[in-house]
Design a protein around this ligand. Structure first.
Ligand code: ADP
Length: 617
């Protein structure tokens, strides 16, 4: 946030406004006052001059009248002398000179002692001429203001006619110093200007203080708002009063509270959303309106094996690797899910992708949500199921076709042939048995696949149990095969379903016998791994062996290494698959190792209880 420059601050503006308003007010008052005062002073000045001239006017008129009437005796002073007496002492600060003029423009007397020579001379004065000529009858007094050329001062001149009846018998000409009034006005103006300046200074200082009461809360709120923008909601604005600014501060504080609450809610929602997104097993990707990735959760990043940082702001079609077939617009209108195959021959990997556009009420697409779902496992199960059905049909069809051809041959007359008939019947019988075995195995598998499949477990001494099974095979065997048995001496207790475990061992041992050559040896071994609390049971033969690449497949359903040969041996291809299911149900593992042509060993583990030895003993 930029700091407010003093010259742009509201503080300065307040002070300026104050000062300008005061200056303007003073100006208006000043102009009005000065003008009125000047008028009054000038008026007063003129009236005072005129007032002082009135008695003079009367006495001089009387003197001139007497002189004209010839009533003046010799011992009396002459007209000029008596006028001089009347004018004596008239000069003052205001009056420059008073002259008396007779009707023929001759100066009869002057109040200026230094200017006595003008007495008796004619006076050519324009104002007097105007008064005599234009003024009457009877003429009025005239006046005018002029600026003295020598001193530069303003002078006010008054010409008053002296009237007897209807005749003008003379005039009084007064020059007065009106400049005094103007200089007085100048003084007053000066005082006024000084007052204005002082009042401006005082208001400016007051303005600064007053403006502070307004600007301080505002500045406070401003810095608070800056803090708020940075996410600090803990501060409160101080409320200085209950005026509009105080109300604003209260509202501001309320707003802060609301904002904080809203923020807390948003944060909580955000956290909820992000934990939902990250704990989801489905991948979620969100884009902006141009299809750039703005959000991707961990499962989605893991599914696409990308890192979150690198894909943000990448385009969605590009991220999914479908930019050649689909544009972002296609995806936003895509209603069905897309199947994306990222797998290779060795490692299948299939994703299903659903899209949903985030639309505003106006229909404007503001983003897209893509949900990714790993369907590899499901696809695998589907494929397995299809394969299983195909296998079962195939396995059943082979013996059935064989049987049909044999039965047809018998029906067509072979039954009469004493040599062939028993042979054919024997074959149909073995095929039927094989089918029964197959169906039984299938039933067994389907039982184990069903959810409520339970083992019927008992604690038994596994060594004794195993020994009994080996003995049974030892007694019943028809081939020339020797047994090499290496079992622990002490009893080993394990919790097993004896029926199922018998089936497992039967299968493994009979396989070993089946594939053993004449004179071969079968090894039986049980190793105890005390630390892991498990034993490793192994059955090894010296038979044909299994090619390395087929080793891990032999536990799959219907898998046979050499199809023709094993079918001859009566195998269904399900024995090891069933054994694996059962061992897994017991908490063990099964695997095989083999060297082709040298023999095979089938291993499996079973958990046992190392401590219980003593108790049972
Ligand atoms: P089958 O009933 O056909 O024997 P299994 O599931 O028991 O079915 O065995 C699957 C396949 O594993 C057999 O067809 C055979 O090819 C191979 N196999 C199993 N045990 C041995 C062994 N001891 N020696 C050689 N091959 C074996």
């Amino acid at each position: 946030m930029r700091k407010v420059n003093f010259f742009q601050s509201i503080h300065l503006k307040f002070v300026l406004i104050y000062v300008l308003l005061i200056a303007l007010a003073m100006q208006i008052i000043g102009v009005y006052f000065v003008r009125e005062l000047e008028d009054t002073l000038l008026e007063n000045f003129k009236t005072s001059i005129e007032d002082r001239m009135s008695p003079l006017e009367y006495s001089i008129t009387e003197e001139i009248k007497a002189d004209l009437a010839g009533e003046r005796s010799d011992d009396e002073p002459s007209l000029q002398e008596s006028i001089q007496v009347l004018l004596g002492g008239l000069n003052s600060e205001d009056i420059e000179e008073v002259r008396i003029i007779d009707a023929r423009n001759r100066v009869l007397g002057t109040s200026d002692d230094n200017n006595q020579p003008v007495v008796g001379q004619r006076m050519n004065n324009e104002l007097l001429q105007r008064m005599f000529i234009e003024g009457g009858p009877p003429p009025n007094s005239l006046n005018e203001t002029y600026v003295d050329r020598e001193t530069g001062e303003r002078m006010w001149v008054l010409a008053m006619p002296l009237i007897e009846g209807s005749d003008v018998i003379g005039a009084i000409h007064v020059e007065s110093r009106i400049e005094n009034v103007y200089s007085q006005m100048d003084q007053i103006n000066g005082i006024l200007a000084g007052g204005t300046a002082i009042s401006l200074v005082i208001t400016a200082i007051l303005g600064v203080l007053l403006a502070q009461t307004i600007t301080r809360p505002i500045a406070d709120m401003r810095s608070h708002a800056v803090d708020m923008a940075k996410g600090n909601f803990s501060r409160k604005v101080k409320v200085y009063g209950h005026d509009e600014i105080g109300q604003l501060a209260i509202t501001f504080n309320n707003l802060t509270k609301r904002l904080q609450e809203a923020r807390v809610t948003t944060e909580a929602e955000k956290r909820k959303l992000s934990s939902v997104l990250s704990y989801m097993t489905d991948g979620v990707i969100a884009t902006d309106r141009r299809g750039r990735v703005i959000l991707i959760n961990d499962p989605a990043a893991a599914m696409l094996s990308v890192s979150r940082e690198t894909v943000l702001s990448m385009s969605l079609p590009e991220l999914l690797g479908i930019e050649d077939e689909y544009s972002f617009e296609d995806l936003s209108s895509q209603n069905e899910s897309l199947i994306l195959n990222f797998g290779t021959q060795a490692k299948p990997y299939i994703l299903r992708c659903n899209f949903s556009a985030i639309q505003k009420e106006t229909g404007f697409v503001s983003g897209l949500i893509a949900v990714l779902h790993d369907i590899t496992e499901q696809e695998k199960i589907d494929a397995e199921r299809r394969e299983f059905v195909a296998n079962v049909s195939h396995e059943l069809r082979t013996p059935l076709t064989t049987m049909r051809s044999y039965l047809e041959a018998l029906a067509e007359g072979a039954w009469e042939d004493e040599e062939i008939a028993p042979q054919f019947l024997h074959t149909t019988q073995t095929e039927t048995e094989r089918m029964i075995r197959l169906v039984n195995d299938l039933l067994q598998l389907s039982k184990m696949d069903s959810r409520d499949y339970r083992l019927n477990k008992d604690w038994v001494n596994f060594i004794a149990f195993y020994q009994r099974i080996i003995d049974r095979f030892d007694m019943g065997r028809s081939q020339n095969v020797s047994f090499k048995v290496k079992l622990p001496k002490e009893p080993v207790y394990a919790e097993i379903d004896t029926d199922k475990m018998t089936q497992v061992l039967d299968n493994i041992i009979s396989n070993a016998l089946k594939y053993s050559p004449e004179g071969g040896q079968i090894g039986f071994k049980v190793e105890l791994k005390e630390r892991e609390k498990e034993m490793v049971i192994s059955v090894s033969d010296q038979g044909v062996g299994i090619p390395r690449e087929n080793l891990k497949n032999i536990f799959e359903r219907f898998y046979r290494v050499d199809k023709a040969r094993t079918r001859q041996l009566g195998g269904t291809g399900l024995g090891l698959a069933i054994a694996k299911e059962m061992i897994t149900a017991h908490g063990g593992q099964v695997w095989a190792s083999s060297v082709e042509g040298r023999g095979t060993t089938i291993y499996f583990t079973l958990p046992y209880d190392p401590e219980s030895e003593d108790e049972w003993a």
